[in-house]
Design a protein around this ligand. Structure first.
Ligand code: SAH
Ligand code: SF4
Length: 358
């Protein structure tokens, strides 16, 4: 039987498993602050304990299979899991002066890690490359945690350096809610990576009932809704699951979600040429978001070989943004980072599969 991975446990679970219990905090420090990947190196643990741990547990459940660096500082990783399956993780560096959700101006370099939660995805969005490969399996909490740990270590980032996490890689996070919640808890632990809930954003295609469940867990995380369309007909074409969880049900769930009073709910709006890039859609969007403290992110559709949709023009994007701006909806155009590498979700994995087949 495969050995359990130490990253799969919360600190309180580890405290139950390792005696005396203060050892759990020491192990935690080695793993999350020193990026140690063998128990042998944990110098302040007795030798016998190190050997026992080595025989009982593993530490890092993934390895770098492929890495692409973009000229803007974005790094895209393809990680290989224990069973040979692969997932993508993106490391984004934002150097420029920026204004955070609370209105503070930040000059310091900020880092965001975009993590995957599943191998593949069940939702099957028509514009998404990840969907094309179907669903393989959920990631464990440890495999989610490991992505952040591995990119932090690979970039030699000081343990104390804060970063943000967005659950926007491969997979639908709310379809793997139990492991997601555990990973969020492990990330938040102040003896570990210490990434507070407000620095973690769960992006969902809109499983309304699970949005409620996440809210009830009171983890203090943010949500981003992948809205993409303002009427149910187009949204169902883009996201088939919209038949079961329509726009109205999502908006209702958002209104029930516990949100820090200083924060906003993010709505992702994937702009597709001649589908949803017109001002009639912009007008409907303003109406839909009325009464919600929202922030809209306009995303350029990122085409890939064989994709049935096209990238919108920048001029149409700007018009759309200006309309929202003029009508009091906070809105930014999200320039695809790392456009010179395989930027959108699922594209590096696709490339790896193709090259592997050659
Ligand atoms: N399943 C979740 C999170 C992962 S997808 C969700 O759908 O929200 C993360 C984001 O990538 C989503 O907003 C999705 O719309 C976007 N995305 C997927 N394919 C894309 C493409 N080809 N171009 C641009 N964005 C894309
Ligand atoms: Fe899944 Fe998100 Fe891709 Fe839709 S966009 S198929 S929900 S990963």
């Amino acid at each position: 039987m495969a050995k359990p991975c130490i990253l799969d446990f919360t600190k309180s679970e580890l405290t139950q498993m390792v005696k005396p219990s203060f050892r759990a905090k020491q192990i935690w420090g080695w793993v999350y602050h020193q990026y140690t990947t063998t128990f042998e190196e944990m110098a302040n643990l007795p030798k016998a304990m190190r050997e026992e741990l080595e025989n009982t547990y593993t530490i890092m459940p993934l390895k770098i299979a492929r890495k692409e660096c973009s000229s803007d500082g974005t790094i895209k990783y393809l990680f290989e899991l224990g069973d040979g399956k692969t997932v993508e993780t993106v490391w984004l560096k934002m150097k420029d002066e920026s204004i955070d959700d609370e209105g503070n101006v930040e000059n310091e370099a900020r880092y965001t890690v975009c993590v995957s939660t599943q191998v593949g995805c069940k939702v099957g969005c028509s514009f998404c490359l990840t969907a094309k490969g179907g669903f393989t399996r959920d990631l464990s909490a440890g495999e989610i945690v490991a992505q952040v740990l591995a990119v932090k270590a690979d970039n030699g980032l000081a343990a104390s350096k804060r970063l943000n996490i967005v659950y926007m890689g491969m997979g639908e996070p709310l379809d793997n809610l139990e492991n997601l919640a555990k990973a969020i808890t492990i990330f938040k632990d102040e003896d570990g990576l210490s990434i507070s809930g407000k620095r973690q954003t769960v992006s969902t295609s809109g499983l309304s009932s699970k949005i409620d469940k996440l809210g009830e867990m009171d983890l203090g995380v943010h949500i981003a809704i992948s809205l993409h369309a303002v009427d149910d007909e187009l949204r169902t074409e883009l996201i088939p699951m919209n038949k079961a969880y329509n726009i109205a049900s999502i908006i209702d769930a958002v209104k029930r979600f516990p949100i820090d009073t200083r924060k906003r709910v993010m709505f992702e709006y994937l702009v597709i040429k001649n589908k949803n890039d017109d001002l009639v859609s912009a007008k409907k969007l303003v109406k839909l978001l009325h009464g919600i403290k929202a922030k809209v992110n306009l995303i350029f559709f990122n085409p890939y070989e064989g994709s049935e949709y096209e990238r919108p023009t920048r001029a149409d994007m700007v018009k759309f943004r200006d309309y929202l701006d003029a009508h009091g909806v906070l809105c930014t155009i999200r320039d695809s980072k790392g456009l010179d590498i395989s930027a959108a979700c699922g594209q590096l994995k696709e490339k790896d599969l193709k090259e592997g087949a050659q």
